[in-house]
Structure formats: C-alpha cells, structure tokens
Design a protein around this ligand. Structure first.
Ligand code: TRP
Length: 330
C-alpha cells in the first residue's frame, strides 16, 4: 500500500519556531521518504478561536509563505487550504453523525475550557470547539492518509480519529484507512521564551519570518535564572540549551555543555543560540522576502493545490456517500 503522510497547521497568528521545529521542518524532511504528502492550512479550524477576519486572512498568507520558504516542494506534494476542499466539511458532518458525544467529552482542549470556567461549565464554549476533533478526523480520513506527523499535544486527536474511522468501518464498510500518528517531539517539547511550551496562546513565541534584528531581540528575552557569569550553570531544564538542541550538531552541543560548566554568561549563551538559529533561518528569510509581495503567485499555487487535492477528495466522498445511502434512487 502507498504511504501517504498528511499534516496541517491551524491558521492563527504568525508562524513561529515551534511550528517550524514541530511541524514544518520534520514534515518536509519526511516528505522525501514517503510516497505522497499532503500539507494544508487548517483555516476552518482557525475560526474556532479567532473571529477577526483580517487576522485569519493574514495568518493564512504567512503560514502558506512559511511552508513555501522552508522548501516545500509543491510539485511533489499536495499543498492546499482546507476551505478549498468542501468535501472535508461534508465528511465532517457524516462523521458527526457516528461519533459518540461521550468521546468528545473526553477531549483535553474541551475539558480544559470547561475547567477554566467558574459556575457555568458551558461559558464561551462553541460547538466548533467541542467537535474540533471530528473536523480533524475528516481532514485526515478524506485523503486515506496512512501516517500523520504531529506534536505530542495532538496524540489524543489522532486516537479519536482512529476511533471514529473504526466506528465508521464497523457501521458501514471498511472504507476508511485507520492512520498511524508519527510523534516527532516525544522527548523534546519546544520551549518558548518563558520555558513553557512555545505557543501563540502563551504569547511566548520566537518568530520564524521576522528580520534578524527582531529575531535577536526575541532570543535575548529568553528567561533564565540569575546566576552570574563565572558561575557554573546546569543545562538541564534550560530554555537556551533546549532550543539549541534542535539546531546544533552533537559536537556543538557538547561545546555548549562545556561552556555551561565553565560559567558562560547567559547573554553569551543567547548570542551562540542566536547565531545558530539565524544561520538556519537566513535562507528561509530570503525566500520569504522574495515571495511575500506576490499574492497572485500564492493564490495561484493554492488554487492549483486545491484542484489536485479535490479530485482525490471528490472520489472518496462519493464512495462514502454510496455506503451511507446518499445516492441515486434505483
Ligand atoms: N489540530 C492541529 C493543531 O492544532 C492542526 C490540524 C488540523 C491537523 N487538522 C489536522 C494536524 C490534521 C494534523 C492532521 O496543531
């Protein structure tokens, strides 16, 4: 059987180092090994959290540019906007009708939202937030994805997708492929400026596409303890070291470990980190600057991607409609 990887990024905010290390870089590397790859902009996911239309539009553009600038090969892969493939939304409804509400009650994101409420459990919770995992299952199942590279925060969503696919297959016919997750940050979550997981919702991101000056400024804001220069430092549990790990070779890591034992100043450690990240991001930034004012190019490319993706999705949805009885009267 063909191996097909698929992954998406929700289009809220500007792309950051966490997206790069956690999704874009591993997905592009993986696409070289798999038969087919599907990468998409999850714009219908983004309206769950963000109701500002111009922010959504800007984010779609910058996240598309991030994939392209990081070297996504659009000829070899499928690259599209979720909203350009309406069959996903159609499947999402069909899956809504077979998914147990109890399964959704257990979703971490939903439970966290309920827990953060005071008296009224439902306050601020939309049906979109509640059924988010079903839309994600539709994203994956419509394309017969076999492997889904995601961060460890998405493990539960993948389990739900597998549950939903199995249930569909049990009720109707074994038509849906039950996908395998590929978790690439098992032992290395990417910390943000404050040491918590890098996330737009924590406001602790290091931007991916900003100029050198802003990148530097952001890295200098990483929170450390107050040990003076000359005092030995521990690299375990250190945000600078942990980020460096994602960019540096083993040799370079050992050098930094030595520098820590020799009492390197935090500002010097940050400088080393900045230089390393900047080196990897420079060509990406150049590509980004080249593409960013060419909206026609981006739109054409996404339209082309949607056409390619849709021809597969249409075929799948017609098989699905057939088995559930939405078909011509005979
Ligand atoms: N939920 C994912 C996230 O927040 C984004 C996403 C949406 C996704 N649909 C997907 C990832 C399908 C993988 C496969 O990061």
């Amino acid at each position: 059987m063909k191996k097909r990887i698929l992954t998406g990024i929700t289009t809220t905010g500007t792309p950051h180092i966490g997206n790069y290390l956690g999704a874009i870089r591993p997905a592009i590397n993986m696409s070289k090994k798999y038969d087919e790859s599907f990468f998409f902009l999850a714009d219908y996911h983004s309206i769950i959290k963000n109701k500002n239309s111009s922010e959504i539009q800007d984010s779609v553009k910058s996240i598309a540019l991030a994939w392209l600038s990081c070297g996504l090969d659009v000829k070899k892969s499928y690259f599209y906007r979720q909203s350009d493939v309406p069959e996903i939304i159609e499947l999402s409804w069909i899956l809504n009708c077979i998914t147990a509400k109890g399964l959704m009650n257990r979703a971490h994101a939903y439970k966290a939202a309920v827990d953060s409420n005071d008296k009224d459990d439902d306050k601020g919770i939309t049906m979109g937030l509640f059924s988010y995992p079903i839309l994600m299952a539709a994203d994956i199942l419509i394309f017969d994805s076999t492997h889904v590279p995601v961060g460890s925060d998405q493990i539960q969503h993948l389990e739900m997708t597998r549950d939903i696919a199995n249930r569909f297959n049990h009720i109707y016919k074994p038509l849906l492929i039950v996908p395998e997750p590929i978790i690439h940050d098992k032992d290395n979550t990417i910390p943000g400026l404050d040491g918590k997981k890098m996330s737009k919702s924590y406001g602790n991101i290091i931007p991916l596409l900003e100029n050198e000056k802003k990148l530097r400024k952001s890295i200098m804001k990483i929170v450390t303890n107050s040990l003076e220069p000359g005092i030995a430092k521990d690299f375990n549990d250190c945000t600078i070291y942990s980020l460096y790990k994602s960019f540096a070779s083993n040799e370079e890591l050992l050098e930094l470990e030595d520098a820590y034992s020799n009492g390197i100043a935090w500002s010097d450690a940050k400088e080393i980190l900045f230089n390393k990240i900047n080196k990897e991001l420079s060509p990406i930034r150049i590509k980004y600057e080249e593409l960013k004012s060419d909206n026609d190019f981006i739109n054409d490319l996404l339209n082309e991607g949607a056409k390619k993706a849709r021809s597969i999705a249409k075929n799948k949805i017609s098989q699905i409609r057939e088995v559930i009885g939405i078909k011509e009267i005979l």
